[in-house]
Design a protein around this ligand. Structure first.
Ligand SMILES: Cc1cc2nc3c(=O)[nH]c(=O)nc-3n(C[C@H](O)[C@H](O)[C@H](O)COP(=O)(O)OP(=O)(O)OC[C@H]3O[C@@H](n4cnc5c(N)ncnc54)[C@H](O)[C@@H]3O)c2cc1C
Length: 377
């Protein structure tokens, strides 16, 4: 067995979650190694729309809200901080987002959202039908009104992950790609590193599993809340003129105006770990897109793809210590909000590793079992 020098932290998985964690661990002075079986940010992170959808995604005030809120605030600083350190832009755009209602049932749901968000101090504004069509003139007819969230933003996920990677490496992290971790290395029951497919052992005081939708091994994941694969398919299109100038969000389906003039449209949601882009999936995206913005029929499709969201059954991620393996931590299961939640997840996990105080992460305890207490969707 080949042996390597010892690290303070080994992070398995170089998606946005692992890379953001590496950014904060190196910033705290921890000697950090990141391992990925493929290229960095080539998993689910590459498939994301990049919405930082605190207000459009959360239907009620769940334990996800403080984490999402913290992440949103961190992104405001990270945009400048990472640009300064790496020269890479996150592509952060504060476009605002609009959630229309086409029926009185939908309007009642929006009123509830407006109520909790206003009470939480969020900026949320009602639009009449005519104000809505002023903002989104190409939206299909029949909307009764909308909520407008003017602070909603989005980033370019690949650029953001790359910026975290560059900054972490500049701060001393080592990144090894095309290096598959096959198991944890244990001594007297505690995790002391990882073993890779070529038989190498990397020693680490602490190991963080940030493997997205893929469990490391079934035995490691036996005592933690399961992560299911939730496949999503999406497209990017170029219209003859802008289809939307603000993010349009309706029943978990969205149009996101990207800085290069394209519109990102998605996404499907199907329990599956299959990563193929299918006629059925893209057909569903295009059908729903045309129902919402008929003019999309004339747009050129510039890209289509599929990705697998790491989904838990209570819509909350797993962030914290493994319940049965000392020295092993989890930071995964971020579902449809991993881009949004990456900075706060990484920062809070690193704080917990350093202080051994996990009180801020109670709701995300990986050992919370299969109890379903919260539903955000
Ligand atoms: C269509 C779609 C749209 C989305 N839109 C948004 C959005 O608008 N906003 C938002 O916040 N979120 C969005 N998401 C969700 C978001 O993409 C995910 O929550 C996030 O990317 C998860 O990041 P991750 O780092 O946990 O996983 P990943 O990006 O999958 O990274 C995990 C990494 O671990 C590596 N790995 C796995 N096993 C091993 C192993 N054994 N050894 C070594 N390496 C390993 C993989 O190669 C991979 O690189 C969307 C998802 C989809 C599919």
């Amino acid at each position: 067995m080949k042996r390597h020098e010892k690290y303070d932290v080994i992070i398995v998985g170089a998606g946005i979650i692992g890379l953001a964690t590496a950014y904060y661990s190196t910033r705290a002075g921890l000697k950090t190694l990141i391992l990925d079986r493929g290229k960095a940010a080539s998993g689910t992170t590459a498939a994301a729309a990049g919405m930082l959808g605190v207000q459009v995604e959360l239907q009620s005030r769940t334990p996800l809200y403080p984490l999402a809120n913290e992440s949103r605030r961190l992104y405001e600083h990270l945009e400048h901080e990472l640009m300064e350190r790496t020269g890479t832009s996150l592509g952060r755009t504060v476009s605002g987002a609009i959630k229309p209602a086409f029926s009185s049932e939908e309007w009642k749901k929006l009123e509830k959202i407006e109520e909790w968000q206003a009470a939480a101090g969020e900026s949320v504004q009602r639009l009449t039908a005519s104000e809505l069509y002023d903002e989104l003139p190409r939206l299909t007819a029949g909307a009764k009104g909308a909520l407008y969230f003017q602070e909603e933003a989005h980033v370019e996920p690949a650029q953001t992950a790359h910026a975290f990677q560059q900054a972490a490496v500049l701060q001393g992290a080592e990144l090894k790609t095309h290096t598959e971790v096959t198991s944890l290395y244990r001594e007297a029951g505690s995790c002391r590193g990882v073993l890779t497919a070529d038989g190498t052992c990397f020693y680490g005081e602490q190991v963080v599993l940030a493997t997205g939708p893929d469990p490391l091994t079934s035995s490691v994941h036996m005592d933690v809340l399961p992560i299911e694969g939730m496949k999503g398919e999406a497209v990017r299109v170029q219209g003859k003129r802008p289809l939307v100038t603000k993010t349009l969000y309706h029943q978990h389906f969205y149009f996101v105006p990207k800085p290069n003039g394209e519109t990102l449209i998605g996404a499907t949601s199907k329990a599956s770990r299959e990563r193929t882009t299918t006629v059925e999936g893209i057909g569903e995206v295009l059908h729903r897109a045309e129902q919402l913005v008929p003019e999309v029929a004339e747009a050129e499709i510039t890209k289509m793809w599929a990705g697998v969201r790491p989904q838990t059954n209570d819509d909350l991620p797993l962030i914290g210590p493994h319940p049965a393996i000392p020295g092993c931590w989890l930071c995964c299961g971020h579902g449809r909000n991993g881009i949004l939640l990456a900075p706060a997840s990484g920062k809070e996990l690193v704080t917990a590793i350093i202080t051994r105080n996990t009180s801020a992460l109670t709701a995300f305890d990986p050992g919370r079992g299969s109890k379903v207490e919260y539903h955000s969707q």
